[in-house]
Design a protein around this ligand. Structure first.
Ligand SMILES: Cc1cc2nc3c(=O)[nH]c(=O)nc-3n(C[C@H](O)[C@H](O)[C@H](O)COP(=O)(O)OP(=O)(O)OC[C@H]3O[C@@H](n4cnc5c(N)ncnc54)[C@H](O)[C@@H]3O)c2cc1C
Length: 388
């Protein structure tokens, strides 16, 4: 159903991801969900296959692929398991890209190769208990102490935070008597071996249950000065620029979940008989399936067009937000309709759509809620009018 004319490499990557997902994720995804546990060995295996360095240059052991290839692979992984996909999306879009774009050569040399190979897993710690949509309201404080920074505060909702090896942590480097707003935030490369690092509460979630989402608490976490990423006071800008890319990944995740739900609904509608015929013969079911497929196709077409624009070097802030908004609302719509097509069987764990439904909801929340995406789109619209 994809409208994108794929290159040979893109088709190969898509097939590699699909084969891996069917062989090594699909058979286990329900168990991981039930047990709320993700075996980190799967992430290491993904690294061996190149899925954790898809956008990194070959000089850092990455595959140096175009963005559409990356998103095609992510869609395949998400169709198999949304929890595995969020690890892949965060790792490829946020910490590795922050290091590549804003890190020093020493920092890139130290972290990117093991991250591209999946030997080290990345995470991104921006949110705090009182700083969500308003991410500039950071409280985590970094204070310079000789050749180190001492970090004190709590980061919340950190995806992969319980086993991550390299975490991009945003913290304030301005002082309480001279606050500089979003210009008072810096990014630090934090590793769990640093003194004062503590993994706190693991969230008990509705969906995405296998992905560990944890709090990190720092009580005077001692971070060497050389672990400051880029320039002091630029951390908020680095985080926002990286989220522009991250949103494309979350859109691909949403499309993968929605596609899996549509596939399941198509199969079920062909098998399930009521009133003496398969339910897919009823026009009411046909209309649902047609709406589901149309929305998925539209979301994917916008995503691939935006990815191509990004690779041409164009700014994709507005279209990236549109992708995330459209794809996540599509995922919620499609999974809701899929449950409806399954009737009572859609509401129980014996069939897969119940999990897709639970997993879809998060795509409307993280990396900027749907409300925040609409704000970004409106802001960009107004800015483009002013430039006319
Ligand atoms: C499973 C999961 C994984 C996550 N992973 C990460 C991660 O790896 N790293 C990380 O840093 N964060 C992560 N997050 C955090 C996530 O990005 C935030 O939850 C999200 O940004 C929303 O923030 P909040 O939860 O504080 O909600 P709030 O900001 O409190 O929002 C509550 C409601 O108010 C609305 N709202 C807020 N401001 C406005 C406004 N100006 N106009 C209109 N409506 C508004 C929101 O849209 C929402 O509906 C994760 C969250 C979850 C649940």
């Amino acid at each position: 159903m994809s409208l994108t004319a794929l290159t040979e490499t893109q088709s190969e990557i898509q097939k590699l991801a699909r084969d891996f997902a069917r062989a090594e994720i699909v058979p286990h995804a329900d168990k991981w969900d039930r047990e709320a546990h993700f075996p980190v060995s799967v992430a290491h295996r993904m690294g061996e296959l190149g899925f954790l360095g898809m956008l990194l240059p070959e000089q850092y052991d990455g595959l140096e692929l175009d963005t559409i290839s990356y998103l095609l692979a992510l869609e395949e992984i998400a169709a198999a398991d949304a929890s595995t996909a969020v690890l892949m999306s965060v790792h490829n879009s946020l910490p590795t890209q922050m290091l590549l774009n804003f890190g020093s050569e020493d920092q890139r040399a130290m972290y990117l190769r093991p991250m591209a190979r999946g030997e080290k897993i990345g995470a991104f710690a921006l949110s705090e208990p009182d700083a969500g949509s308003d991410a500039s309201a950071q409280r985590c404080q970094a204070v310079r102490d000789g050749n180190s920074w001492l970090l004190t505060g709590t980061k919340s909702w950190v995806t992969s935070g319980s086993f991550a090896d390299v975490i991009m942590v945003m913290a304030r480097t301005d002082t309480p008597d001279a606050r500089r707003g979003s210009r008072g935030i810096s990014t630090f490369i934090v590793t769990p071996d640093l003194p004062g690092f503590h993994v706190g509460k693991k969230e008990d979630k509705m969906g995405l249950r296998a992905s560990p989402t944890v709090q990190l608490t720092f009580d005077g976490l001692r971070v060497p000065a050389e672990n400051l990423l880029g320039d002091e006071g630029q951390g908020f800008i680095y985080a926002m620029r990286s989220l522009d890319n991250g949103r494309l990944g979350i859109a691909a995740q949403a499309i993968g979940i929605a596609r899996a739900a549509l596939d399941a609904a198509l199969d079920y509608a062909a098998e399930r008989k009521q009133f003496g015929q398969p339910i897919r013969e009823f026009q009411a079911i046909q209309f649902k399936l047609a709406n589901m497929a149309s929305r998925i196709t539209a979301a994917r077409a916008l995503l691939h067009a935006t990815a191509a624009a990004k690779d041409r070097g164009e700014s994709t802030t507005m279209h990236g937000s549109m992708c995330k908004l459209l794809a996540s609302e599509t995922a919620m719509y499609v999974t809701t309709e899929a449950v409806q097509i399954f009737g009572g069987y859609g509401y129980v764990k014996d069939y897969p759509v119940e999990k897709y439904f639970r997993d879809a909801k998060i795509t409307e929340i993280y990396e900027g809620t749907s409300e925040i995406q609409r704000i970004v789109i409106a802001r960009e619209l107004y800015a483009s009018r002013q430039n006319h």
